[in-house]
Design a protein around this ligand. Structure first.
Ligand code: OXD
Ligand code: MN
Length: 597
């Protein structure tokens, strides 16, 4: 099928290592996809859902010990440890190949090795990177067909070049003690073994489009970011694009597909979805930043997706979608907590056990039918709000970059940073409360710079430096903002209604970049002046609004201690610019505290 020598040699070596029974090339055709779906359904690896309710949809359950990304088993394998930095697990490359090589040895015996040529980014775009994933999982193939541009067009584009990411994946025996997700940026290689969970095994996504791509971005002068991209059309038909970084499961998919509340819809506001998870960003000749979504699918969290939180996601997943670890009913229907429709009387839970409503665990807590990190994989172009520009090889121009976290206290609903470098500092000190997408205690606050903590493929201090340098020569840099939809009052209730109403905040951001919205200066940045944020029709008291925008210098000085201890781990590598921002912020806060006293 192909004449690329580098590709042939690499595949031969991997075949020798993994010893599959046969090798099947994925060509991207509908016929082959149908055959694979048929096969997955007949072996029980996947289950076809009811054709009427869920046309073209399949269901899959992963092993119970394999339901989220395993960050503790994810490594950056560089010759020098300091190139991976203190926030990544590191393994010496030869050692990593040796250990994982043992796990891969004969791991595909009796199985098929699928060869998936895939592109991240539109074919022919200067943004695009090509990868080849070898895998023994049909589930991976069917997901990659949704999430990436895959098949023979990609091989044609690759030609005889050896410039492609070499991805090897085997489920092996799925045991946790033989699971490793290894990145070798110096070799443009990814090895993933012992898992079948999307974030660990769809190698185009987190592994290539973030970890490996961030490494290339540093060397080639661009940014690979954990960001959604969306367009906001105003009543005059002008569309502004923003890219926004939030840690996993903080609602990026919901925001990217937001439905304007009625009064804004009536005025003519519209949302255009470009991407929900990853943005590759380059500077254009016009001095602006341009962003591309390298993916072609959404791999979204199912629980909590309902007609209020995200009607567009519901419309997107009506067909040709793969559901993973949600509840399955006997008649081929799926369901998840905080979703739509009536709770089924019975079904099979994410862990394969019979389930019915009202089941409680030993501690008396409800047993969920769907895993909290259960997912849907759906094609981007089925989204009702998909932007006509989503596949534009040149990307879309960015008006603003938004950072956000899940903070019950401290951070105001929105603030604008003073300039690019202060914006970088704000991104670098982002923090969020943990959710189900990560292992660890839910609710605990962790620092997650630019939402890239689990995804930056090199030393995070060098990443901060790259960000600072990247902004230096931009003639028209986007504004950098911070948002927090999750602030709570003393009673523990969210103050801001969120969801569609977040558009009010995005509008303020855009108006601010146009010089139209007034703001008040605080030590951490500009917050909306009274009456500057449109609150028409919202059931929110003046006192609550005040709480939303409050910046307490005492609390922030405490927060700053957290910044400092976080930065300490980077030692001398921490860029001077970050330290200067830290000092300046500290001085502004101290002065403010004195003024208040
Ligand atoms: C994701 C994640 O799946 O960030 O997108 O974990
Ligand atoms: Mn993500």
């Amino acid at each position: 099928m192909i004449e690329n020598r580098a590709l042939q040699q690499w595949i031969s070596a991997m075949v020798e290592l993994c010893r599959p029974e046969k090798v099947v090339w994925i060509d991207g055709s509908e016929e082959q996809k149908n055959m694979l779906e048929e096969e997955a359904d007949s072996t029980g690896e996947m289950t076809r859902l009811d054709e009427e309710k869920w046309p073209g949809c399949l269901y899959h359950r992963t092993a119970v010990n394999d339901v989220a990304r395993t960050e503790n088993l994810t490594y950056i394998c560089t010759s020098k440890k300091e190139d991976a930095g203190p926030t990544n697990n590191w393994m010496e490359p030869a050692e990593a190949y040796r250990i994982a090589g043992e796990y891969f040895k004969g791991a595909m015996e009796g199985r098929t090795m699928y060869v998936i040529p895939f592109a991240m980014g539109p074919l022919g775009s200067p943004f695009t990177k090509i990868g080849i994933e070898l895998t023994d999982s049909i589930y991976v193939v069917l997901n990659m067909l949704i999430m990436t541009r895959s098949g023979k067009d990609v091989l044609e584009q690759l030609g005889d070049s050896d410039n492609f990411t070499r991805g090897l994946h085997s489920k092996a025996d799925l045991s946790l003690d033989k699971r490793l997700i290894l990145h070798f940026p110096e070799d443009n290689t990814i090895w993933s073994v012992g898992s079948g969970y999307g974030g660990n095994v769809l190698l185009g996504k987190k592994c290539l489009a973030l970890r490996i791509a961030s490494w290339f971005g540093r060397d080639e002068g661009w940014l690979a970011e954990h960001m959604l991209i969306m367009g906001i059309e105003d009543p005059d038909g002008k569309i502004d694009y923003i890219a926004a970084a939030f840690p996993s499961a903080c609602g990026k998919t919901n925001l990217a597909m937001l439905i304007p509340p009625e009064h804004l819809r009536k005025q003519g506001y519209k949302i255009w979805t470009v991407g929900d998870d990853i943005a590759w960003i380059r500077s254009g000749e016009d001095g602006r930043l341009w962003a591309v979504n390298p993916e072609t699918g959404f791999f979204g969290v199912a629980p909590g997706t309902n007609a209020h939180s995200n009607p567009n996601a519901l419309a997107t997943i009506r067909r040709n979608t793969i559901f993973t670890n949600v509840l399955l009913t006997d008649d081929g229907d799926v369901w998840w907590e905080d979703g739509e429709g009536e709770t089924p009387a019975a079904g099979t839970a994410w862990d394969g056990r019979p389930w019915k409503p009202g089941l409680l665990d030993e501690a008396g807590r409800p047993i969920p039918g769907a895993h909290p990190n259960s997912r849907f994989t759906a094609p981007v172009n089925q989204c009702p709000t998909i932007s006509p520009e989503w596949s534009n090889p040149g990307g879309v121009p960015l008006t603003a970059i938004v950072f956000g976290g899940r903070r019950s206290r401290l951070a105001p609903l929105v603030y604008e940073t003073f300039n690019w470098r202060h914006g970088v500092y704000t991104g670098a000190t982002m923090a969020s409360e943990l959710t189900a997408a990560q292992y660890g205690r839910q609710g605990k606050v962790r620092r997650d710079p630019m939402a890239m903590l689990p995804f930056c493929g090199y030393n995070m201090a060098d990443y901060f430096r790259h960000w600072i340098d990247f902004g230096k020569n931009l003639a028209k840099p986007p504004g950098i903002f911070h948002v927090n939809w999750f602030r709570k009052d003393e009673g523990g209730n969210y103050i801001w209604p969120g969801f569609g109403e977040n558009l009010r905040v995005l509008n303020w951001i855009i108006e601010r970049t146009r010089g139209n919205a007034s703001a008040e200066k605080t030590p951490i940045g500009f917050v909306p002046a009274a009456d500057s944020l449109d609150l028409k029709g919202l059931d929110i008291t003046a006192e609550a609004v005040q709480q939303l925008f409050a910046v307490d210098p005492g609390d922030w000085l405490e927060e700053l201690e957290g910044h400092f201890s976080y930065f300490e781990q980077f030692g001398k590598k921490l860029p001077q610019g970050i330290l200067e921002e830290y000092r300046a912020l500290s001085e502004r806060l101290s002065a403010e505290r004195v003024a208040i006293k």
